[in-house]
Design a protein around this ligand. Structure first.
Ligand code: HEM
Length: 211
């Protein structure tokens, strides 16, 4: 539980700071991009990830099915914000005749968004895994979904750090704050991923022993 509270503190600090420095000169299609991306990935997706762990102070009293509902609702809300964030930067670039996906941030960001779509499809498959029982073990399908989810989240964290290290954001916030935000984001990611990672290892061992 302490890990979850700490994760929230770091999450709110990073997202609130990014939002403040992004929009204090005004809100445009362009400035909506960091606001929505950071809220979607760093706040909502982090919460969705910990919803299944014993660390979660929100979900600790919930039954498995209720946790599942919380998980997909948070994930769907995150995906909605991320979709809008993608649309805002894509439209901004189109309106200004800029080239698309030319920087490391942009190409990794595109890959992360595509991976997110894949993770969500995998989540639906994992939810109805019994239907594929003859082809693949439900437990294995769930492990694959968790692994892809962890990879997608890690990629989002790296993309985010490249985003705050962009020339534009450095000019908004200053280099010192970018360093503080980068370290804080790293800590947030470790706090969010530690339990899901350990639980993947436990489940893999269990599936291995059953074979
Ligand atoms: C994990 C979250 C993020 C993802 C997945 C993401 C994704 C993307 C994508 C796909 C593009 C390119 C769009 C195109 O070329 O049409 C882009 C551009 C951009 N993003 Fe992000 N972004 C994220 C967070 C941020 C943050 C937090 C900032 C700044 C604080 C930021 C700043 C920028 C800037 C300045 C551009 C335009 C320059 C460029 O193409 O690199 N992004 N982002």
């Amino acid at each position: 539980m302490a890990l979850h509270i700490l994760m929230r503190i770091f999450g709110v600090f990073v997202v609130a700071t990014v939002c403040f420095f992004s929009i204090y000169n005004g809100t445009t299609l362009f400035t909506l991009h960091p606001v929505l991306m950071s809220s979607g990935f760093l706040l909502l997706m982090s919460e969705a990830i910990v919803a299944f762990t014993s660390n979660s102070f929100v979900a600790s009293n919930l039954k498995y099915n209720e946790r599942l509902t919380l998980h997909w609702m948070l994930q769907l809300s995150a995906a909605t914000l991320i979709g809008l964030a993608f649309f805002s930067i894509y439209s901004h670039k189109n309106n200004n005749n800029y080239d698309h996906f030319v920087t490391r941030h942009a190409s990794l960001g595109l890959t992360t968004c595509l991976m997110l779509v894949g993770t969500m499809c995998g989540g639906i498959a994992a939810r109805y895994s019994s239907a594929f029982r003859k082809k693949i073990k439900p437990a294995l399908l769930k492990i694959i979904h968790s692994i892809v989810g962890v990879i997608t989240y890690t990629m989002a964290i790296i993309t985010f750090c490249l985003g705050i290290d962009s020339e534009w954001f450095r000019a908004q916030s200053g280099a010192k704050l970018v360093t503080i935000l980068t370290y804080s984001t790293g800590i947030l990611a470790i706090l969010a991923l530690i339990q899901p990672f350990l639980s993947i290892l436990t489940k893999m061992r269990k599936v291995n022993n059953e074979n």
